[in-house]
Design a protein around this ligand. Structure first.
Ligand SMILES: *Cc1c(COP(=O)(O)O)cnc(C)c1O
Length: 384
């Protein structure tokens, strides 16, 4: 079945009730039945948790998975569950800020060593050592929307017996299925596209059963499970995932083209643009280019003024919701990064990151154009 069908039907338990929606069972105590499995929320095995996992595993084309109360819980438990003292990990340098913070403040204490490398397969593989156990990437990356060659990386890593983990949050399972290219473990911040309405916090990890079992054994000690009512809302969100993401992706492409044609925009970073550096690989491994894009305003149009001039698009952190939002990475995700490091990644004060929603594309483009015009005029008026 295709993903739009799976998003609606996978994990549906018709045998339990004639209703077309799964029943919510908020129980934390479950009667013993014939010495069968013992259900308990923190064992991550209650019916509602399992239904969500079934749907997500179907969408990502993996054997199984787990859901957690946040994306960071999924990421931290994946790292903690799959690595041991003495192991080494190679992380892509353009890493989500929370993951960056976790590895510096927690992984180090667990005796796990790590290095950073660029997005190229050669760069990532050259950073590997004899004790390297894992390569951890994101694609597309935040906020420059760079693309990692997933098939190439998986092939090279397999030859060295390394696990490859991807944080696939920006792509969502609709636009990219890393398991199809041989990537071992896929993590998502469900708070973003999977939830999709800026009102749910959760995370997911999808993989083969032996790897999930290792993460599961650790997670039972740490917790971070999701309650049944949230599972119900996640399921509700996932049923519309494909139509939301398809609309967000087509809107983003239209916006990227419009911004590209605006003389006050110096650069647009979107893998859907043929001239973008990651386009050829993205076209091979993604079915849509996603709802995230960044662009750089010319120096005559202060980005902070631009942000304050937006009328429809909300200046807000986070991403993936049905409503469009915008941030300046230097004041948000990359606030704590030293300026030199930031500039090396191309993240200037004039860089704007957009999370494109499901509104009408023309309305969004109109809002962006008027805010650009207004922010540039501000300066010309002040100067005259
Ligand atoms: C938001 C985000 C996370 C963390 O997810 P939380 O739900 O906030 O814990 C991880 N990775 C990426 C790429 C994200 O955007």
């Amino acid at each position: 079945m295709k993903k739009s069908t799976l998003a609606v039907h996978a994990g549906q338990r018709r045998e339990a009730s004639p209703g077309v929606v799964n029943q919510v069972d908020p129980s934390t105590a479950f009667q013993y039945i014939d010495h069968g499995p013992q259900y308990y929320p923190r064992y991550f095995n209650t019916p509602n948790q399992q239904m969500v996992v079934e749907k997500l595993a179907a969408l990502e084309n993996t054997e199984t998975g787990m859901i957690f109360s946040s994306g960071m819980a999924a990421i931290s438990m994946t790292l903690t569950g799959l690595l041991e003292r003495g192991d080494h990990v190679v992380f892509i340098s353009s890493l989500y800020g929370g993951t960056h913070h976790f590895i510096h403040s927690e992984l180090e204490k667990q005796g796990i060593d790590f290095s950073f490398a660029g997005t190229g397969v050669d760069e990532l593989m050259n950073a590997c050592r004899p004790e390297t156990k894992m390569v951890f990437v994101e694609s597309p990356t935040n906020p420059m929307m760079e693309i990692v060659d997933l098939a190439g990386l998986a092939q090279r890593a397999r030859a060295r017996n390394l696990m490859v983990v991807i944080d696939s949050t920006f792509a969502s399972p609709i636009n990219q299925n890393p398991a199809n290219f041989g990537i071992d473990v896929i993590v998502h911040s469900g708070t973003k596209y999977l939830g999709g309405h800026s009102d749910l916090s959760f995370g997911a990890v999808l993989s083969r059963k032996p790897l999930i079992d290792r993460i599961h054994r650790k997670s039972i000690n740490y917790g971070g499970n999701v309650n049944a009512l949230t599972c119900y809302l996640i399921e509700r969100s996932l049923k519309t995932l494909s139509i939301r993401v398809e609309r967000q992706s087509s809107n983003a492409l239209k916006i990227a083209r419009a911004l590209n044609a605006n003389p006050q925009v110096t650069r647009v970073f979107y893998p859907g643009l043929p001239e973008s550096s990651g386009h050829a690989i993205a076209a091979r491994q993604m079915t849509g280019f996603g709802g995230m894009l960044s662009f750089e305003l010319s120096a005559e149009c202060p980005a902070t003024d631009f942000l304050s001039r937006l009328e429809l698009i909300t200046p807000a952190m986070s991403l993936g919701g049905v409503e469009s939002t915008a941030v300046l990475p230097v004041f948000a995700s990359h606030r704590l990064m030293p300026e030199a490091e930031r500039e090396a990644l191309g993240i200037t004060g004039q860089l704007v990151r957009l999370s494109v929603g499901i509104e009408d594309a023309e309305d969004l483009i109109d809002d962006l154009q008027q805010a650009i015009l207004a922010s540039c005029q501000l300066l010309s008026r002040a100067g005259s």
